[in-house]
Each structure stands twice: as C-alpha cells, then as structure tokens.
Write a protein that binds this ligand. Structure first.
Ligand code: FUL
Length: 493
C-alpha cells in the first residue's frame, strides 16, 4: 500500500462521514418541526383537579333528605324537636343502596345534619342525635349503616352537613361554633371510610335579630382536605363543585365549568349566574344540578301522587348531565325508613328510558374525516371521536380554531340525538358549534350549540341522512374533542 493510496482512502472516508452527517442534519431539521407540531395541545385556561375528573364521570347520583324533618313534616326544623320523634322502625339502608344501584346511580349524598341540628350519627359533641332517639334504643347510627350499604353495593358515599345549626347553643358565638362544626366534620370524615363529596349548604334563615355566625370556611375546607383528600367540596361557589343556581335540576345550554371563584361565596346574591358559570372564570368549578323527585326535599305522604315521571326525569337528565353538569336527584325515604314504592317505580322507569335512549351509538366505528388533524398525526386523528374511548381525542393544529368533522354512514340513517365531549383535562375550549346533515349536495343545519365541556347532549326532531357534519365554529384554543355519538332515541319521537 502506497502513501498516495492511504491519502485517497482517508479522503474517501472523510467524504463519506461528511455525507452521513449531512443526511443526519437534514433528517433532524425536517423531523424537529414535525415532532414539535405533534406534541399534545397544551392545557388551556383552568383545568380540573384529579378528583374533579373522577367526579365528572359520576354524572348521576342520589340525594337523601332524611332525618328529623321526615317525622315532623317540616322542610326546615326549629332545633327544638324532641329527639324521641326520630323512629324509622324499618330503616333499611341496604334497600336504599339496592334501589339506587339498580337505578344506575353512582353514589348517595345523605343529610347527616340539616338546619335543625339533629345528627344521624352519635356525635360526641351534642346530645341532639340518634343516640337520644328511641330508634334502636339510641344505639343506631344511620351514617354507619349507609356507609356499609354503599360499600356492599359499590356506591360512593357523600355527606351533606349544614353549617347553619338551629339547635347548637354555640351557634352565633363564631370561634366556638366553628370549632364545634370542625369537630363534627372530623367525626364524619374519619369514621365512615371514603367520602366522595362534602356538601356545604349555604342556607341560613336567621332574621335581622337572629344569631350572626361568621363561618371559618378556610378552616372547614382544611378539615376536608386533611381527612378526605380525594373528596370534592360543594357549596354555592365550590371550591370544587358549584351549585347550579336553582333547585329545579337544570343548567343553561351555555354552561362553563369555570367560575370567578374568589367572588362567589355561600349565600351569593347573584346566584342566577351559576346556571351558566362564568365564561371568564378563574377556576374549574363545574355545576351540580340538585332537584327532588317530589315537590319537597323531605318525604310527605301527601306527595305520593306527585312523584316525577320517568319521562320528566329523562328530560331533567338531558338538561343537567346533557349540559355539562351532574344530576343530583333527591329521593327522600319515608317514615318507615324505606324508599317508597312510587319513587322506585319512577326510578326504574327512568333507567329503562335512559338505557333505551343510549342503547346503540350509531356513530361507533363510522368513517370520520376532519378538516384538519394536528400535525397530520394518527394520535390526533378524527376516528378517535367514535372509538368509544374517552381518553383518546381528535385535535387540530394550534393555529386552527374553526374546524369540522364529517361522519359518514354506509346507508341513510335516522337519528334525533347527538352527544359531544371535550377532553376536559386540557380545559374547556369550545364556544360555538353546529350540526348539519347532507341533503343532496347541500348541508342542512339540524342543531347548534355553544359550550360542550365534559358532556353535551342535543336532541332535535328525527332526521335521516348518510352524512353528519359537526363544525366547531369558535374555540378558545384548538378544539380537542373526545366523543361524538349519534342516537335514535325512541322517547323523543
Ligand atoms: C337548601 C336547604 O335549605 C333545603 O332544605 C335543602 O336541603 C336544599 C338541598 O338546600 O339550601
């Protein structure tokens, strides 16, 4: 081998290395923007905490107003009731749990203490409780019975506890009562296993000469966080779940899970705002829609023929869970301590209607084409909206806030209901959308909406077509849609 040959080999090697380097650089230069482009959308605005995400999926659960008022026939007791009046001779929390489970509910929130101060558990801090009643000779504990029944039936347990207490002598002596209330909260939140929601009622009927109690809200919230870190806290203004601003069980069609939380407090005078939330809200505080299956919160035999019908309950479901809220349906046990036959009938009828309404998602597995797919990446492709997986989603490029999806069926298909979901872990984004069907070579509008959020259900007169176009007209950031479902629900025709 000559010196000349050596030099040639060296030069060749160098040239080869240079070409390889050039190719690598080229690859990197083209790949970097692609990789950057297909990064998931960044969260936009306030987003839900993990326990709020879990809560959103519950959608429908029971409210149970049951305690001293059940026996007096009052809606608000005075606190002067004789504890011996509380005597539900056939109390059976297992029956409640069975009925609610069969109704398709996910949990039960019980009035552990209402405004009259009577406690359904043997609190160490008052004599005004089940321990002074004749029920089970004072040895009973409704919260214990219910927590065990919930566990047996796979239901979540929630606790309603009224800060306003008309029995407790320390009420009005602010620091003393606040301590009393926190002690009672601790009992409820440490002795009965996991609690999914703590419900703070904002009502207080003290007149101008009534007792003035300044509540230690940060302290109350602190006790819940300490004892039940996975629970959500409800009040007019959250901090985790807000009142919907009415007791009729509906949210407005425009419903933001957002709230200017620092402005809203229990007893907030502009509570009508809560039915839509605040579009410029600073925190994620979704709406819970509470309503009673009867005209009153507590059981009265005179209401037995006024129980809401399955059809009325279905309509409420569309106006609550179908408008980005949850449905908290009150079903008050009677004086026996049982859910009344009339209520059971309605709950079962409602379950049947709901099952029929959503029996078959016509869009599942259909062909979907989007006007834009984020980075043209499969991870964000349009078909994710019909794959039945709430975790996967369709998203557009960051710069695209108006976009559409066309869902095609093999044949003309009749339908009257559409269900949409945003991937809310990334925030609530959509402000306006339309739904159209193909008629010949034209598109015909069948429905339009504003917000979507966790779940938005739209119903309309039955139409028939082989193509549906969902257009996101306005979104605060690129739309991120996890579900589009299509139904032909018999109840609506
Ligand atoms: C209100 C209370 O005053 C009613 O009695 C009932 O408990 C309802 C759910 O909340 O604020």
């Amino acid at each position: 081998m000559t010196v000349q040959q050596d030099e040639n080999d060296f030069l060749h090697l160098n040239q080869n290395l240079m070409s390889i380097l050039r190719i690598i650089t080229l690859l990197l230069l083209t790949a970097i923007p692609l990789v950057a482009q297909t990064l998931p959308p960044r969260p936009f605005g306030p987003t839900p905490k993990p326990q709020q995400l879990v809560w959103h999926k519950l959608e429908y659960y029971a409210f149970v107003h049951f305690n001293m008022n059940t026996f007096t026939g009052n809606e608000w007791g005075t606190g002067k009731e004789d504890p011996s009046m509380f005597n539900p001779a056939n109390l059976d929390c297992d029956q409640w749990a069975r009925v609610f489970k069969e109704a398709g509910m996910k949990g039960i929130i019980i009035t552990a203490k209402h405004h009259d101060g009577f406690c359904l558990w043997p609190s160490k801090y008052t004599e005004h409780s089940v321990k002074s009643s004749v029920w089970k000779n004072g040895d009973g504990d409704v919260i214990r019975d219910l927590s065990e029944a919930c566990r047996r039936h796979g239901l979540k347990l929630g606790i309603y506890v009224s800060p306003w207490d008309r029995h407790e002598p320390s009420y009005g002596d602010s620091p003393r009562y606040n301590e009393h209330f926190k002690n009672q909260l601790r009992e409820l939140l440490t002795n009965y296993g996991e609690v999914f929601e703590v419900w703070f009622d904002g009502a207080c009927g003290e007149g101008p000469n009534g007792k003035r109690q300044v509540y230690d809200w940060p302290g109350f919230v602190g006790v819940v966080r300490e004892c039940q870190p996975n629970a959500v806290i409800f009040s007019d203004g959250g901090p985790d779940v807000r009142w919907v601003g009415n007791e009729d069980g509906f949210a407005n069609p425009t419903n933001w899970s957002l709230l200017r939380r620092d402005e809203v407090y229990p007893g907030y005078p502009n509570y009508q705002e809560l039915t839509s939330g605040h579009s410029d809200g600073t925190h994620w505080v979704p709406a819970e829609c509470d309503v009673s299956i009867r005209p009153n919160w507590y059981y009265r035999s005179t209401d037995d023929d006024k129980v809401k019908s399955p059809r009325e309950l279905l309509e409420l479901y569309f106006k609550s869970a179908g408008r980005n809220g949850s449905l908290l349906l009150n079903v008050p046990p009677d004086r026996r301590g049982l859910i009344h036959e009339r209520d059971i009938e309605s709950l079962q009828g409602f379950r049947k209607l709901r099952d029929e309404a959503f029996a078959r998602d016509l869009a599942r597995g259909a062909t979907v084409v989007a006007s834009c797919v984020r980075g043209a990446a499969p991870r964000y492709q349009a078909s994710h909206v019909v794959d039945g997986d709430e975790e996967s989603y369709w998203a557009t490029d960051d710069s695209v806030t108006t976009a559409s999806l066309v869902i095609s069926f093999e044949h003309d298909t009749a339908f009257n209901c559409l269900l949409l979901q945003e991937a809310i872990q990334l925030g609530q984004r959509v402000e306006s959308f339309t739904i159209e069907i193909a008629k010949g070579d034209k598109w015909e509008r069948v429905a339009a909406g504003t917000t979507i959020g966790y779940k938005r259900i739209l119903t309309f007169p039955k139409v028939q077509s082989n193509r549906i176009r969902v257009t996101i007209l306005r979104s605060r950031a690129c739309p991120v849609i996890s579900t589009v479902s299509v139904f032909n629900t018999p109840e609506l025709s």
